[in-house]
Write a protein that binds this ligand. Structure first.
Ligand code: NAD
Length: 422
């Protein structure tokens, strides 16, 4: 039996990402220098940000930007605002971005940014000043040809707009392609809003074909009700008729055996700030949600929620990891043994970066595609990546996450070698 991990808070996501790479390097028999290079970020910038608060005081914030690897092209990755942000979380997320871009075969490397802050306790003015301060420090290493941020947890299109605007002042001209996930009016792409959830749904469709599972009325639970989770609720219902029986957010979860209606739950969340208390539903905890008697589980919140301690209790047949890093390496082994079909994070949630890449392309030639073109191209990228992973898993007889690493690391290692780095 796998040794239990002590507690969720003690699991270091960067160590997890290194451990995952080590496993792939072993199977691929990667040479020592390339393996060592890929274990570390190439560059990172730590910044300290003084921000004027509404009460007249000045508060000092700390932030990061990690450019993990740019062998395949300019780096790409979101910016996360979170009170418990750490440099190691950002490093892990930057590593996962590297593998993700390689897996969906877009010509980009991986990066990530973060600021330690609690945006829920800040006014819009304070968030704007913090966002502009971040770009004044980090902007020097950003750009369409260098490194392109996007939204992540607790950042959104409005924040991207302030950041694009601050960067435009620094450059003396608009350069919309320096950041993605922008509002449409500032060069955002159609289809970016729900791209992460949509990409995950395309993967779920492919998995259901392989496992011969009918998706209509399939019972599903979603942890996290932000951009990724709530839109998975919407699209899962719209595209396949999934029956979403449970959803949750940071305040807790709700369960309704007959299925939760997207419009009604999202209206309740808009009005009250949480899904909790939705009429007719039963309150459940975030931990209980994971272990429900369901067919499809969609973690769409934070990392390390499926661990060695609870993986054995998971009853879902398919897990679609819209969140980054929701499953620990010990949990992976247990899920594989129990024949749970995991669509790993950097495959399942790659729709976001894929449409962000489409946004960069549209920004660079100033010509914008129709929504149907975006969906079609996204579907092709996701479906190809899904089958590359599924085939690698069958060929090497390994779980899907390791298979995804085998595909992605092979591509990054090839670029590293052909450049002559190792
Ligand atoms: P978001 O800020 O829009 O939503 C986060 C959601 O998680 C909120 O509903 C919040 O209440 C909930 N949450 C926070 N802490 C929680 C906890 N302890 N338990 C349960 N729920 C909790 O963020 P998002 O953009 O939807 O991102 C969610 C996940 O998806 C993250 O792991 C992110 O890295 C990943 N992701 C997002 C995108 C994207 O395009 N938005 C792309 C790739 C990956």
């Amino acid at each position: 039996m796998a040794p239990p991990e002590s507690s969720e808070t003690q699991i270091n996501p960067f160590k997890v990402s290194q451990q995952q790479l080590d496993e792939a390097a072993k199977v691929l028999q990667l040479d020592q220098a390339t393996h060592e290079l890929l274990r570390w970020p190439l560059r990172e910038l730590h910044v300290t940000l003084p921000v004027k608060m509404d009460d007249g005081s000045t508060k000092i914030f700390h932030g990061f930007r990690v450019q993990y690897n740019d062998a395949r092209g300019p780096t790409k990755g979101g910016i996360r605002y979170h009170p418990s942000e750490t440099i190691d979380t950002v490093r892990a997320l930057a590593a996962w971005m590297t593998w993700k871009c390689a897996l969906v075969d877009i010509p980009l490397g991986g990066a990530k940014g973060g600021v330690i802050c609690n945006p829920k306790a800040m006014s819009q003015g304070e968030i704007e000043r913090l966002s502009r301060a971040y770009i004044r420090q980090v902007g020097r290493i950003l750009g369409l040809e260098k490194d392109v941020p996007a939204p992540d947890v607790y950042t959104n299109p409005q924040i991207m707009a302030w950041m694009a605007d601050e960067y435009a002042f620094m450059q003396g001209h608009n350069e919309f392609g320096m950041i993605t996930g922008k509002p449409l009016i500032l060069g955002g792409s159609l289809g970016r809003g729900d791209a992460t959830a949509r990409g995950g749904m395309y993967c779920l469709r492919e998995a259901s074909k392989i496992l011969a599972i009918e998706l209509k009325d399939t019972s599903t639970a979603i942890q996290g009700y932000g951009n990724a989770g709530s839109l998975a609720h919407k699209l899962g219902s719209e595209l396949f008729g999934l029956k979403i029986v449970a959803v949750s957010d940071s305040k807790g979860g709700i369960f309704l055996a007959d299925g939760l209606d997207y419009e009604k739950v999202s209206a309740h969340k808009r009005e009250t700030g949480s899904v909790v208390g939705f009429a007719g539903s039963k309150a459940i905890s975030n931990e209980e949600l994971l272990e429900l008697e369901i067919d499809v589980l969609i973690p769409a919140a934070l990392e390390n929620v499926i661990t060695g301690s609870n993986a054995g209790n998971i009853k879902a047949k398919i897990i679609v990891e819209l969140a980054n890093g929701p499953t620990t390496p010990n949990a992976d082994k247990i899920l594989y043994k129990n024949e749970v079909y995991v669509i790993p994070d950097f495959l399942a949630n790659a729709g976001g970066v894929t449409v962000s890449y489409f946004e960069m392309v549209q920004n660079s030639y100033g010509y914008y595609w129709e929504e149907s073109v975006i969906y079609e191209r996204l579907d092709k990228k996701m479906t190809d990546a899904f089958h590359a992973v599924h085939n690698a898993a069958s060929q090497h007889n390994v779980h899907n996450r390791l298979a995804a690493y085998l595909v992605a690391v092979t591509r990054v290692a090839e670029a590293v070698k052909v450049r002559g780095w190792t």
